[in-house]
Design a protein around this ligand. Structure first.
Ligand SMILES: Nc1ncnc2c1ncn2[C@@H]1O[C@H](COP(=O)(O)OP(=O)(O)OP(=O)(O)O)[C@@H](O)[C@H]1O
Length: 236
């Protein structure tokens, strides 16, 4: 099977600070993978390497050309400028830009798609509110709705459950599982070992290097988790 993303002995870092060393492995089409590790393990750094925001200091990251335009990132909520003066509807509508461009009118089909996505995440009532007025959970729902409108085949979710209430976590997890059932390839950065065990068939356990990568049931052993914590000198 041709992988969607292949990591070939990749090292990544920030300026002269090495973060990840010798990461090799692949994400296959249709897989749902959690990237798990302690604070500072290099999870977000790896995501930034995959989206080509960061260039590897060694090794290479190959994206299957068939999926290159399909790679979409859900950024960390903390990376977003919430003072940006747009409404929930406008934020969600940005998901259609790749199809229609930022300046063209949204046709009937796109408007229906945007409204359907707002409905799916339960945000119709706040569609006209500025995003600065949304709670953390509502904003994350809006970003998920934007991903629905975007309709990409490969999704990179950086901490989708951070700063989000438990009800929202459950709703968002259902959406992720729905995307997985549709055959999309999903990679999510997570901290919660129990959620990974319950919901993610594959796991990449990181601690500035690969501790283990494979079927969650096989690799999330106490021994591997202990090793990941010891190498990172921290908890999840
Ligand atoms: N933009 C940046 N500039 C400089 N250093 C950075 C930057 N982003 C991350 N780092 C550093 O890279 C290291 C790994 O950070 P990274 O965010 O990848 O870890 P993480 O596993 O995602 O951690 P967390 O769970 O805390 O988000 C940390 O030491 C961090 O300080």
């Amino acid at each position: 099977m041709t992988p969607v993303i292949r990591l070939n002995d990749v090292s990544l870092g920030w300026r002269d600070k090495p973060v990840l060393q010798h990461v090799s492995g692949q994400f296959n089409p249709g897989t749902l993978t959690a990237i798990l590790g302690a604070n500072g393990a290099g999870k977000s750094t790896l995501v930034k390497g995959i989206i080509h925001f960061l260039k590897p200091t060694a090794g290479s990251i190959d994206i299957d050309p068939a999926f290159r335009k399909e790679l979409t990132l859900l950024p960390q909520l903390s990376d977003l400028d919430r003072s940006f003066p747009i409404t929930t509807y406008e934020l969600v509508a940005m998901g259609a830009w790749r199809r229609i461009g930022p300046w063209r009118q949204y046709g009937k089909a796109e408007r229906a798609r945007i409204n359907h996505a707002l409905e799916q995440v339960g945000l119709q009532a706040v569609a006209d509110q500025l995003i600065g007025n949304l709670s953390g959970g509502q904003l994350q729902r809006a970003l998920f709705a934007r991903l629905m409108v975007r309709d990409a085949k490969v999704l990179l979710l950086d901490e989708p459950f951070a700063a989000v209430d438990e009800d929202t976590c459950e709703d968002l997890m259902r959406i992720i599982l729905g995307w997985h059932a549709e055959g999309r390839t999903i990679i999510a950065v997570l901290h919660d070992v129990d959620r990974v065990k319950r919901c993610f068939p594959e796991t990449l356990l990181l601690a500035r290097q690969v501790v283990a990568w494979g079927k969650t049931a096989e690799i999330l052993t106490e021994e591997n988790l202990h090793k990941a914590r010891r190498l990172s000198l921290g908890g999840f």
